[in-house]
Design a protein around this ligand. Sequence first.
Ligand code: GDP
Length: 442
Amino acid sequence: MFESFQNSLQSALKSLAGKGKLTEANMREGLKLVENSLLEADVSYAVVKDFMASISERALGEKVLLALRPTDQLVGIVRDELINILGPVDPSLHLKANGPTILMLCGLQGSGKTTTCGKLSRLLLNEKQKPFLVAADLQRPAAIEQLHVIGRQLNVRVYSELGAQDPVKVCQDGVRKAKEAGCNVVILDTAGRLAIDKELMDQLIRIDNRVQPDQAYLVVDGMTGQDAVNSAKAFNEALELDGVIMTKLDGDARGGALMSVKQVTGVPIKFLGTGEQLDALEPFRPEGVVGRILGLGDMVGLVDVIKSKVDAEEQKKLQDRLQAGQFTLDDVRKQLMMARSPGLIQKMMMMMPGMGEISKMLQDSNAEKGIGQQIGIIDSMTPAERRNPKIITPARRNRIAKGAGVQAPMVNEVIKMFDIMGPMAKGMAGGNMGTAMKAIEQ
Ligand code: GDP
């Protein structure tokens, strides 16, 4: 995410790094480079102009900090201003204590509305809420089935009406059904169009007036750059938006649309969509995003990612087995499966300070392939071998290697990993992991 923005800004700042002392001339040069990076990153011209005016004023006025290198000083100013523009943050869904909270998602076709309905439902399920989905996208026939597929995947109820013509009625009926089913959050998946048109806006305004959603969120595709800004403007003028969810920030999105959309709508950016899977939704925190853009890392985000992948119940079971002296290679396999979640390794690397560059060199697929082979090795063992790897003789080792399609020394590595992980996991189960995470969080 934001890689090209990050790259152009970092190389711009690098060219300043050689200059030991801050002068008005090199600060101006640095500011010009920042301006170009922003434009290249798809931030709209008007927003760049405003942004540059505010950082120039600060940068050129801050001559007192002569002790700092110009790059450091400029990075500091750019960071503060970016955080300023992207905030304030409000990732809350403002759920009501009584009665269902109605969330309406709107946006152009293909922006990721239906997928985001699923992502929000997953998030709500994790928070022990009871989401309910309403298929009100009557424009795109496949959308209804797509929502049902997501609903089945998450075990969340989906309301749709066969052959329905009126999305307002579908939404009203859906809200009633949700109440009957005892669900407390209703998510309306509304229709999109390939481009803004009056009919679409009228339909959304009718739903807004008659169903009165508590929160109306615009879903925008972060890959579309300037178009995202234009559609955000149109939606914001037609509806009273409460927030924006920007999707597809995992691909080649240049990230600049975040700044522009925030500027033109003035409403909080709630979440970022970072993948097609239903767990690829991050609460928006400007500090984290800006830290990543400037290569300063995002420790809070990192802790969130780790936490979201560590199943508390599984960890408890592991702890119990460890205490009973029952840690086996099956447990190692479970940990490996967790580490193999798509993109996890790269995601973690991108969030660590200074690791952005390295993570690009270290192809994610290679690391994931290695984990896949290790899982294959464990799968080729007999249950007895997994319980007690000490019984693995050279003949058994060759059999396992053959079964997994790897060289025999790799089998040894997995056994060695088991020897190391046992005591380490014991430490984690004893609470060290929690302490370690706390230390990072602070
Ligand atoms: P809708 O027409 O607005 O309902 O859009 P969909 O939910 O059908 O999404 C359109 C396409 O974008 C689908 O192929 C989704 O899998 C994909 N998509 C949605 N969100 C994201 C995201 O955050 N990242 C990526 N890479 N793809 C996404």
